[in-house]
Design a protein around this ligand. Structure first.
Ligand code: SF4
Length: 334
């Protein structure tokens, strides 16, 4: 039996205070992941703080021209919002590639950032798992690891972040607005999630007293040239084996600027701005894509069941660039 008390907040400071009342308290909004975690005996909050009444459901253009999306806006509301569809179609496509319509109708932006890995061992309370119970071990290292990480993993955890939306947010250089007991702060999206290291039980750099209040998208939305490619084991309602969110600015056939984030390969959406910088001034062709993939995937490591992801990631990236630019990347004779 997993007993907890339930309370509702109607203002952000009140929610933060209620959350601070107990070290194991958890915020609940859509509950599309948290309820699973409760049912599977993965997490045991003594207090659930319902934040659905907080005024965090707006999508608004800021004075600087960026778009700010409240943390309680549902995934569906984001995907079908006119401003998002017109200015950030990459984000809409990534959201609609994830979950089911029913889940997207209740899952929230903040919850999407905080959803936990789908590692089978993590959800099986009868097995050890460093993420669920630090220090118990990682059976995925030698076990069933088809869905696991090829980049940024550690000998403590090889789990991946499951979100599609977050892959697009990483590619779009979003930022995350947070509120805590000492005030507010904003984190670049790249700094929000963590790699596992020695503390895989900590997924993000959100502090214990903090609440996500919004995400913000900069002006550049890659409206003309963008793509989200997701490869999964079945056609719907499945997490990515590998996905890629790509946005490109072109001058003719020459790349002026390119962003590329990978999903399904690491503990966080994977971006490499050094590799992206190497694309500037290049013509989009097979050689460019081969060099980019080699740079992006340097250090990639496959385990028993998932080494195929390394080649798959290179192909998904090339396909995403093809779709984004509506150009065929063909092998040319040396
Ligand atoms: Fe747990 Fe991470 Fe290992 Fe999965 S990969 S069993 S989540 S420690």
């Amino acid at each position: 039996m997993n007993r907890f008390s339930y309370t509702r907040a109607s203002a952000v400071p009140q929610a933060i205070d209620q959350h601070r009342s107990n070290a194991t308290a958890a915020f609940i909004a859509g509950g599309t992941n948290l309820v699973d975690l409760l049912r599977e005996d993965v997490t045991h909050p003594a207090v659930l703080v319902d934040i659905n009444r907080l005024p965090l459901r707006q999508i608004e253009t800021t004075e600087s021209g960026s778009l700010k999306i409240g943390a309680l806006v549902t995934n569906s509301a984001v995907a079908y919002d006119r401003a998002v569809a017109a200015r950030y179609p990459l984000l809409a496509k990534a959201i609609l590639a994830g979950a089911s319509a029913q889940i997207r109708n209740v899952a929230t932006v903040g919850g999407n950032l905080l959803q936990r890995t789908r590692c089978h061992y993590f959800y099986d309370a009868g097995t050890p798992c460093n993420k669920r119970e630090p220090g118990t071990g990682c059976p995925a290292l030698e076990g069933v690891n088809r869905i696991h990480a090829i980049l940024g993993a550690s000998d403590q955890c090889i789990a991946v972040h499951p979100s599609d939306m977050c892959v697009a947010l990483a590619a779009l250089d979003a930022s995350v607005h947070l509120a805590g007991k000492d005030g507010t702060r904003t984190l670049p999206f790249a700094d929000f999630h963590r790699l596992p290291g020695d503390t895989p039980n900590i997924d993000s750099n959100l502090r214990d007293d903090e609440l996500i209040t919004a995400i913000e998208l900069p002006k550049q939305g890659f409206v003309t040239h963008h793509a989200y490619v997701k490869v999964r084991d079945r056609a719907s309602y499945a997490f990515a084996l590998v996905s890629a969110a790509v946005g490109v600015e072109l001058d003719g056939d020459t790349i002026v600027n390119a962003h590329c984030a990978l999903g399904g390969v690491a503990h966080k959406p994977w971006r490499d701005t050094v590799a992206e910088d190497g694309l500037r001034g290049k013509r989009l062709d097979a050689a460019t894509m081969r060099d980019f993939a080699a740079m992006l995937l340097r250090g990639a490591h496959g385990y028993r069941d998932n080494a195929f992801k390394i080649e798959l990631a290179a192909r998904v990236v090339a396909r995403a660039f093809e779709l984004a630019t509506q150009r065929s990347i063909e092998e040319t004779a040396p």
